[in-house]
Unconditional design. Sequence first.
Length: 347
Amino acid sequence: MRPAGLRAGWLAGGVVAVLVALVAGIAFGPVNLPPAGVAAELLNLLPGVHLDSGLNEREVAIITELRLPRVTLGLLVGAMLALAGAAYQGVFRNPLADPHLLGVAAGAGLGVTAVIALRSTTGDATANLPLSVPLAAFVGAIVAVVLTWLLGGAGGRAWRGPATLILAGVAVSAFLAAAQTYLMQQHVDTLREVYSWLLGRLATAGWHDVLLVLPYAAVTGAIVLSQRRELDVLTVGDEEAASLGLHPQRSRYLLIVAASLGTAAAVSVSGLIGFVGIIVPHTLRLLAGPSYRSILPLSLLFGAAFLALTDLVARTVAAPNEIPIGVVTAFFGAPFFAVVLRKSRTS
């Protein structure tokens, strides 16, 4: 059932965007495949469907073993980052709140770097400890968001404005980046691996990565979407929300934990990819309206499509070389952030 306030046209548009991104991400690359054949082969994955895609065994293997897991991972990561950005903006009532700018991504990055460093010391493989990476990222993300919130409110509630919270996030990110650099210097054998991961990538994605992040994505999506009405109520203030029967702090903490969990899971498998949590929710807020009953589910759909298409740009625009996806999102996100910041200051 559609949540109230979410128009069928926008919901259908989000689903179509995801399907287009899925087919395009699989069809185009070093070996171009016919989109119609790709679509038919994807339908063949459904039980009871048998269509003639016209593709040979090699092309089918490219789809199922190489491109489909990568695109699927991109869809999951984009959905989580956009959903987390929208949730943070509602919780903090701050249009500039974003996993990257609040220091959450940096905290998750420190957790992952610590796991990589530990692996180099003990000789263990991350693949043998699948829970260690997202859990370490989650701990780092929670620590970062708490530090940012406390630092941003050091002067009282009046200090938690957009600019102050962003400055607090920058300070926390700088501190965590320093700790991360120290770890890297102590374990120089991991420099190449950590540096490649820091720029953001989906190049090494496989079904293992998809299965690793899927449970966290499901939990995050279920919790955040279940709180979409509460976020609308929180926009009027804590006192008004409490008078309507809502527990503001409980809802706020639940959303922070859920959004941080999704961010941590995304960061653990894809590295640091910034600005998705600002670009997608803000565009939807301008086009579909300010209600979080619309923004949250649409952020999940359009965020997934956005990152999958961004990954397509990253691996085709400079082919045969591949641009880190974090560089591409920063290229689009930096000017977008400047526009949002100016509008926020004007307001």
